[in-house]
Write a protein that binds this ligand. Structure first.
Ligand code: ATP
Length: 133
C-alpha cells in the first residue's frame, strides 16, 4: 500500500511527521482530499482542521492558515500555528473566543474587525477540533 509522508511545520518548529494514506484539508479553493501519487500542488490553507488517515493511525491538526505543498509521496504543511487536539488549551481558546466576540460587538472605532474575526475563527477552530477528538 503506498503512503504519504506528512510534515506539519510552524515558525516554532515541527509539529508532526508521520506516514498516512490520506490527507483531508480545507484550502481557500475548497476541500481537498490528497492520496499518494497526487499531482504536485501548492495551495493556501484556511483556518481549519487537517485530517490525516493511515492504516493504523489517524491524526487531526488545527491549522491557522499557511500553505499546503503536495508532491506524489509527500505533503508539507507550513502554517502560522498548528496544534494537535491534546495540545489545545481549551480555557485559553475560550478566552480568545470571548475577547474576539466582545471586540466584534463593540461600537468603538478603534477595533480592528478583520483582526478580531480572524482571532474568533482561530478560537472556534481550536474548540471544534478539541471537541471532535
Ligand atoms: P491567543 O489570543 O490565546 O494568543 P491566538 O489565536 O492569537 O490566541 P496564535 O497567534 O494563533 O494565538 O498562536 C500563537 C501561539 O500560541 C502558537 O504557537 C499557537 O500554537 C499557540 N496557541 C494559541 N492558542 C492556543 C491554545 N488555545 N492552545 C494551545 N496553543 C495555543
Amino acid at each position: 500500500m503506498s503512503t504519504l509522508t506528512v510534515s506539519v511545520v510552524t515558525p516554532d518548529g515541527p509539529v508532526l511527521e508521520d506516514t498516512y494514506q490520506m490527507v483531508s484539508c480545507k484550502a481557500e479553493s475548497g476541500e481537498l482530499g490528497i492520496l499518494p501519487g497526487h499531482i504536485p500542488l501548492v495551495a493556501p490553507l484556511t483556518i481549519s482542521g487537517v485530517r490525516l488517515k493511515g492504516e493504523n493511525n489517524s491524526d487531526l491538526i488545527a491549522v491557522n492558515g499557511g500553505f499546503l505543498e503536495v508532491r506524489p509521496d509527500k505533503v508539507t504543511i507550513l502554517a502560522e500555528s498548528a496544534e494537535r487536539p491534546s495540545d489545545i488549551d481549551v480555557e485559553r481558546a475560550r478566552r480568545a473566543k470571548e475577547r474576539a466576540e466582545r471586540r466584534l460587538q463593540s461600537q468603538q472605532d478603534d477595533v480592528d474587525f478583520k483582526r478580531a474575526e480572524l482571532a474568533l475563527k482561530r478560537a472556534l477552530n481550536r474548540l471544534d477540533l478539541q471537541k471532535g477528538q
